[in-house]
Design a protein around this ligand. Structure first.
Ligand SMILES: [Zn+2]
Ligand SMILES: [Zn+2]
Length: 355
């Protein structure tokens, strides 16, 4: 099969890779659409290490091509998405149903071949049926949707809440979508990229703040009658925003940390004191899984996409054939043009639209 093989930092080779025998519990998927994730860029640049060469890609959907001898729930031709985390099912957390905390997981697209290829094998437990009507490019965004959903479910927003989202990349915008469904009153989008603020406004943020141009705390006070927000969701993963969350959340408010910090985070005294003086609740969110595996995050995403209450395919800014994977990654790595979700079509755009 053809694959986009990662050989070194941002070095993809479009080449033939031998497809091994299908494991008895695995499903072989003909990949229709696969998205590039921000974490792919960070991993590739060495923050986490891949075993190279590797076929990356963990956000994808396609058509069942073949099933292993032990697979009963699926058949050739089924339209499916894939949950990439493969838990060990044996550690303390797996036995407690907290699969997102697994001590010994493997990940499709990190430890085993992923979706930037014509075919990809995944365990049957990780296969999510998507029905006949959902587009593959929407289905390829179920993974980031599930990640955003894990945070929003965990922070427990209520009707009438005022929520701030730090960072309006893919996860920030998908967090916005779930918050709208949760019925919050105001959503304040915070980012230093004007294009992202414009996009967030289009998608339903009620207020926008660019902290490079405006005083963040002052603006939040203006939008919340001096109270501060009920909830801050940190989806940017910068040491600056990780502190700012603590400055704009009201007394007894909640702060959800979801963005990965790629450096030390040092808090000024006021920010740290707010945690106890204001009796804030701080929660961290990791990945997108719960019990029963892979979790409500995944099944809700499929259901809301299928019933039309979630519409996200307009978040795709670029579309590429697999042979152009390098060009696609260059857009994300070089950040020379504004982009949102970049989608790859390993069997051609036509295949994704036809099936
Ligand atoms: Zn991802
Ligand atoms: Zn485990």
């Amino acid at each position: 099969m053809k694959a986009g093989v990662l050989k070194a930092v941002n070095e993809f080779h479009y080449e033939d890779v031998e497809l091994g025998a299908l494991a008895s519990g695995d499903v072989r998927i003909r990949v229709a659409a696969a998205g590039i994730c921000g974490s792919d860029i960070h991993k590739m640049q060495g923050h986490w290490k891949y075993q190279l060469p590797m076929i990356t890609g963990h956000e994808f959907a396609g058509v069942v091509e073949e099933i292993g001898s032990d697979v009963q729930k699926f058949k050739k031709g089924d339209r499916v998405a894939v949950a990439p985390l493969i838990p060990c099912y044996e550690c303390y957390y797996c036995r407690s149903g907290q699969y997102q905390m697994c001590e010994e997981y493997t990940m499709t697209g990190t430890h085993r071949y992923g979706g930037f290829a014509e075919y990809c094998d995944a365990p049957q437990e990780n296969i999510i049926p998507i029905g006949d009507d959902l587009s593959f490019e929407s289905a390829a965004m179920i993974e980031p949707l599930a990640v955003a959903s894990h945070g929003v479910i965990g922070i427990e927003p209520k009707v009438g809440d005022i929520v701030a989202i730090f960072g309006l990349g893919t996860i920030g915008l998908l967090t916005l979508e779930w918050l709208k469904l949760a019925g919050v009153k105001k959503i304040i989008g915070i980012d230093i990229d004007e294009n992202k603020l414009i996009e967030a406004k289009k998608r339903g943020c009620t207020h926008m703040i660019n902290p490079l141009k405006e005083d963040l705390v002052e603006k939040v006070n203006e939008y919340t009658d001096g109270m501060g927000v009920d909830i801050s969701m940190e989806c940017a993963g910068s040491k600056i925003t990780e502190e700012q969350c603590l400055l704009i959340t009201r007394k007894q408010g909640k702060i959800g940390y979801q963005g990965i910090a790629y450096s030390d985070v040092t808090l000024k005294q006021e920010a740290f004191e707010n945690i106890f003086r204001r009796e804030c609740t701080i929660k961290g969110f990791w990945n997108s899984y719960s019990s029963p595996f892979p979790g409500k995050e995944w099944f809700n995403s499929v259901d809301y996409l299928r019933n039309g209450m979630l519409k996200i395919s307009d978040m795709i800014s670029h579309r590429f054939e697999l042979a152009d994977l390098q060009r696609a990654f260059n857009i994300a790595v070089n950040r020379e043009e504004s982009y949102n979700k970049i989608m790859i079509y390993p069997n051609g755009i036509e295949f994704a639209q036809r099936n």
